[in-house]
Write a protein that binds this ligand. Structure first.
Ligand code: IMP
Length: 198
C-alpha cells in the first residue's frame, strides 16, 4: 500500500519549499498532498525585504530563492497582526517572538482582536505568483496549550461554521482546529488549486 502511494505521488510534480521552519514544512506537506503536490525541503539564506505586507515579502523572497536555486519553488511568509498595536508584531513576528515571546504579547494586548496572515509565493521561469490566507481571532488572556509553534498558545480563532472546538480554545490546545482553518492552510489551498489545474 505504501509503495503504491509513493508511486502515485512520484508521478506528480515535486516542488521545493524553501523554509527553515520544520512546522511550516509539515503543515504544507499535509495540505498539499490533497492536491497531488509532493514537496521537498531546502533552507536557503534569503534576503528578506522590509515591508508591512507578507505578500510583498514572500514575492521578493521567492524571486531571490529562484535566482539562487533555479528550480520551481515556493516560500511562505506569515505573521500575527494586532490592530490595537498598529499591526505589531506583523512583519516583525519572528523577531518579536524571540525578544518578548508570548508573555510579552499578552502584556501588550491580552484580549485584543488579532489576525494571522500568510502568503505563499511560487516562483518559476515565468516569475512569481502569490496566494494569501487570513484567520481572524483574538489574543487570549493566558498562555494555553502545547501544540504547534510561535504564537499558537495565545491565539483564539473566531468561531467558524463547521469546525469543531472553536470558541475559547487556542490553536495550541486544538491542533485539528488549526489544521482546519489556519491562515497557512487557506493560502496553501489556493496554491494547491493553482498547481493542480495547470
Ligand atoms: P516568518 O514567516 O518565518 O518570517 O515568521 C513568522 C513568525 O510569525 C513565526 O516565527 C511565528 O512567530 C509567527 N507565526 C506565523 N505563523 C504562525 C502560526 O501558524 N502559528 C504561530 N505563530 C505563527
Amino acid at each position: 500500500m505504501e509503495g503504491k502511494t509513493a508511486g502515485r505521488l512520484a508521478e506528480k510534480p515535486e516542488i521545493l519549499f524553501v523554509t527553515g521552519n520544520g512546522h511550516k514544512f509539515r503543515e504544507a506537506e499535509s495540505i498539499l498532498k490533497h492536491f497531488g503536490v509532493n514537496i521537498s525541503h531546502k533552507n536557503l539564506h534569503l534576503e528578506e525585504m522590509r515591508s508591512d505586507s507578507v505578500e510583498e515579502i514572500a514575492r521578493a523572497s521567492a524571486l531571490d530563492a529562484y535566482a539562487k536555486a533555479g528550480v520551481p519553488l515556493f516560500v511562505e511568509d506569515s505573521g500575527l497582526f494586532i490592530p490595537s498595536l498598529g499591526g505589531f508584531p506583523g512583519a516583525y513576528s519572528a523577531w518579536a517572538f524571540g525578544k518578548i515571546g508570548n508573555a510579552g504579547i499578552l502584556k501588550l494586548a491580552a484580549g485584543s482582536v488579532a489576525e494571522f496572515r500568510a502568503a505563499i509565493a511560487y516562483a518559476d521561469e515565468n516569475g512569481a505568483k502569490t496566494f494569501t490566507g487570513i484567520v481572524k481571532g483574538r489574543i487570549s488572556d493566558e498562555i494555553r496549550g502545547n501544540e504547534g509553534f510561535g504564537y499558537d498558545p495565545i491565539f483564539i480563532p473566531d468561531k467558524f461554521a463547521g469546525v469543531r472546538h472553536s470558541g475559547e480554545k487556542t490553536f495550541a490546545e486544538v491542533p485539528e482546529m488549526k489544521a482546519a482553518l489556519s491562515h497557512r492552510k487557506r493560502a496553501l489551498e489556493e496554491f494547491g488549486k493553482y498547481i493542480k489545474q495547470r
